[in-house]
Design a protein around this ligand. Structure first.
Ligand code: ADP
Ligand code: ZN
Ligand code: ZN
Length: 740
């Protein structure tokens, strides 16, 4: 093993041994050279098993290595795992580009792109899918005696028409299906089989006739010159964006092409999958973390084979090979879940545009509330901007009203007007949603006597007070503490929660509305598996109820009985130091407001604030998301902030703050052309301590990308080599979304 960068001496006479350069999933910037040995023919992009340190690693051949100094210096490749490269040429190029752009080791980028079984060195998955078929005995039994209604009969009825992939059958049957399949297998009425890659299980449904607005968007996109074109489709929830995606995907499939559709994590539900499957005449392959690893690998391999299919996935699905691509769609492109928060910190929406260019296919970004980055691209003419204005067959947009919280007697954090609105809504037999993005009982526990606040000793931030079960939990590190009985500084026993969490709102509303159904939906109450689905289903069936919930409730659900939304506290978004906070607040408000009045009743949205005079409100109430976005874009341009400024964040943390001093001093002393690049810091991170680690950061910014990347390219290999870097945990985030 030898670093690829070191000097190579020419070898003496005789055929030099072949050397392969291999990218390994290790946190080092360089690739490594190995003697090819029996792996002589291994192509770039093939996996190899190689010795590394005291063990073995799975790496990817990137090409020929430098000449060997002598056979003794380099170790041989142990095994070649593929005959064909696992990545096709476009994905290979895009991933190499991404490694350079995000300044992240190529070996780790390639590794992140691979499904886990391939990463672990397993053989290439067969495209055959495990399936089930009815046996002769099963057929006889099904025909002979009328079976009791239930999952068993449903299984047989489904397989009567022909064998089916096990996963599709399980999906069709839902609860009880798996147990029934096991019973029937034991009885010999059905048998295991393998099936060619799944075709659509159902007949394809036709879509509704397109609205002229939708038709215009489709005509505009299809009318673009062949090859890459970038599009933004702006339209509120329910305006018919998905219908537009479906038509464009259908057209791509017609041409024998593949499509990739990215959706936010929270949106890849069985309903979404069903809608795509019902409408498209090709396999729709879901790719998300909830899926079994084998199934993911098979979907990946199926896409790699080039057959027409639709990959419908979350963030990491952006790494699916698409040798016959025809279209890429990113739905809810503003969604924060597209940015990977640790390790290889890529942005799937940005990579979608890069891949669209590399694949030479159209890319469509859809959103009700486009990110400012995307709006800026559209304003520069780099994306074509299409709009869908109307809601399809739905009620009028909701009425928006601001409630001033100052000088009001609050109940459960709600102003009297809001409480009355809840009462009226329930009396009409409708549902109301109280939105508060803080779980727990109260964001802090304080002493009423002296003002002492209980803080997590590892984060220096207040503990969140929880009631069920009682205790103090740090929402930053997960640390826990017992409920104290008295104040450590003044011995007072008058301790109380400060502020409101969802648990407290639920408890206080239960006192005001003792006979009403109150459903709390947050990560604490929905921890048990299946609980969220069951609760959402209960909401869908209608009947009066108050829903109290966090962000979990904001997206993607269609509740016809919901007619009132109360935003309990909008101020944290207005007062945050994060320059993106107003953008995110406006997105969230629009999203939550979209939940109200989706049936045949008009909805009402009440927003509570102690800052009613803040200019944000006149913009939002007057011109909606676009007015806020336009104002924010102006302010960002004037303030020299993204998207008019490019940023990279070098962050480090360590238990010992002196290690951070030494690290950043070494970083600041690195040579490199800094012309045009602003360096802010090193400064304590907005959260200076977390889980016992001190945290510091250096922000680099530049109005154009080139100087920033030139500096980083110079720095990175040196940074990896710094001895001072070994005592800290450091990371680089290019285009960070989260500075705070
Ligand atoms: P979005 O993706 O913007 O939220 P959808 O495409 O899901 O919007 O459309 C919202 C609802 O309106 C869906 O139930 C859809 O079936 C229906 N819909 C969309 N386009 C049409 C149309 N042209 N005619 C009738 N119904 C439509
Ligand atoms: Zn006290
Ligand atoms: Zn903590």
């Amino acid at each position: 093993m030898k670093r690829s960068g070191s000097a190579d001496k020419p070898k003496g006479p005789g055929a030099p041994p072949r050397v392969l350069r291999v990218a390994l999933p290790v946190p080092l910037p360089q690739s490594f050279d190995y003697l090819a040995g029996t792996a002589d023919g291994a192509l770039p992009g093939c996996r190899v098993r190689v010795p590394f340190g005291s063990g073995e690693r799975i790496g990817i051949v990137t090409g020929p290595g430098g000449p060997a100094d002598g056979p003794a210096v380099l170790k041989p490749v142990h095994e070649v795992l593929d005959r064909e490269p696992v990545f096709d040429s476009e994905l290979w190029r895009t991933l190499s580009w991404a490694a350079a752009y995000y300044h992240f080791p190529l070996g780790e980028v390639l590794n992140a792109a691979l499904p886990a079984p391939l990463r672990a060195g397993e053989p290439w998955p067969t495209l055959e899918e495990p399936g089930l078929a009815i046996t002769a005995a099963g057929r006889d039994a099904f025909a002979a005696k009328p079976l009791r209604a239930g999952p068993g009969r449903d299984v047989l009825a489904a397989l009567e028409a022909g064998p089916m992939p096990t996963s599709a059958l399980r999906q069709q049957l839902g609860r009880g299906g798996s147990a029934a399949m096991r019973r029937l297998l034991q009885r010999g009425w059905i048998g295991a089989t393998s099936l060619p890659p799944s075709r659509p299980a159902r007949p394809v449904l036709a879509g509704p006739p397109l609205h002229p607005e939708q038709q215009a968007v489709i005509t505009a996109i299809e009318g673009c010159a062949e090859g890459y074109s970038g599009h933004l489709l702006e339209g509120i929830t329910g305006s018919g964006k998905t219908e537009v995606y479906l038509r464009l995907i259908d057209a791509a499939l017609e041409r024998g092409r593949q499509a990739l559709v990215l959706v936010p994590e929270i949106a890849l539900t069985p309903q979404t999958l069903r809608r795509f499957r019902e409408r498209l005449a090709a396999p729709v392959l879901p790719l998300h973390s909830g899926l079994g690893e084998r199934e993911r690998a098979r979907a990946w391999a199926q896409a790699r084979s080039g057959q027409p299919c639709v990959v419908l996935g979350t963030r990491s699905a952006i790494f699916t090979p698409l040798p016959r691509a025809g279209l890429i769609v990113v739905d809810e492109e503003h969604d924060g879940s597209y940015k990977q928060g640790d390790g290889f910190r890529y942005h799937a929406r940005d990579l979608a545009l890069v891949r669209g260019k590399a694949l030479d296919v159209p890319v469509l970004l859809g959103s009700a509330t486009p990110s400012l980055e995307t709006l800026a691209l559209a304003a520069e003419g780099r994306l074509r901007h299409h709009r869908l204005i109307e809601r399809r067959g739905l009620a009028k947009p909701p009425l928006l009203r601001l409630l001033d919280l100052r000088n009001q007697r609050l109940v459960g954090g709600l102003a009297p007007t809001a409480v009355q609105a809840l009462r009226d809504t329930l009396a009409r037999g409708e549902q109301a949603l109280v939105f508060r993005n803080r779980r727990g009982f109260a964001p802090a526990l304080g002493c009423a006597q002296c003002g002492h606040v209980w803080e997590c000793p590892r984060c220096d931030r207040p503990y969140t007070l929880h009631r069920q079960p009682p205790g103090l939990i740090c929402h930053h590190c997960g640390g826990r503490a017992r409920m104290p009985s008295s104040c450590p500084s003044c011995s007072s026993t008058a301790l109380g929660g400060r502020g409101l969490g969802t648990e407290r709102i639920e408890a206080e509303l239960a006192e005001v509305f003792p006979k009403q159904r109150i459903l709390r939906i947050d990560r604490d109450s929905m921890r048990a598996a299946g609980r969220l689905d069951a609760t959402l289903a209960e909401i869908e069936t209608g009947g009066p109820a108050i829903l109290v919930g966090t962000q979990l409730l904001a997206k993607g659900h269609d509740w016809p009985a919901l007619s009132l939304v109360v935003i309990a506290d909008a101020d944290s978004g207005l007062l945050s130091p994060d320059f993106r906070a107003p953008e995110h607040l406006a997105q969230l408000l629009t999203q939550v407001a979209g939940r109200a009045g989706r049936g045949d009743r008009p909805g009402t949205v009440l927003v509570q604030t102690r800052q009613p005079q803040h200019p944000f409100w006149s913009r939002w109430l007057g011109g909606g998301y676009r007015a806020v976005a336009d104002a924010e874009l102006r302010e960002r341009r004037e303030g020299g902030l993204p998207p008019f400024q490019h940023q990279a964040l070098l962050a480090a943390e360590a238990r010992d703050p002196r290690a951070l001093d030494v690290f950043f001093a070494a970083v600041m002393a690195l040579p490199g052309e800094r012309e045009g690049v602003g360096l802010i810091g090193p400064l304590p991170a907005p959260m200076p301590r977390r889980a016992g680690h001190h945290r510091r950061q250096l922000l680099l910014e530049c109005t154009t990308r080139a100087p920033l990347h030139r500096l980083l390219s110079g720095w990175m290999p040196r940074l990896y080599a710094l001895p001072q870097a070994r005592r800290v945990r450091w990371s680089l985030d290019v285009d960070p979304l989260d500075l705070y």
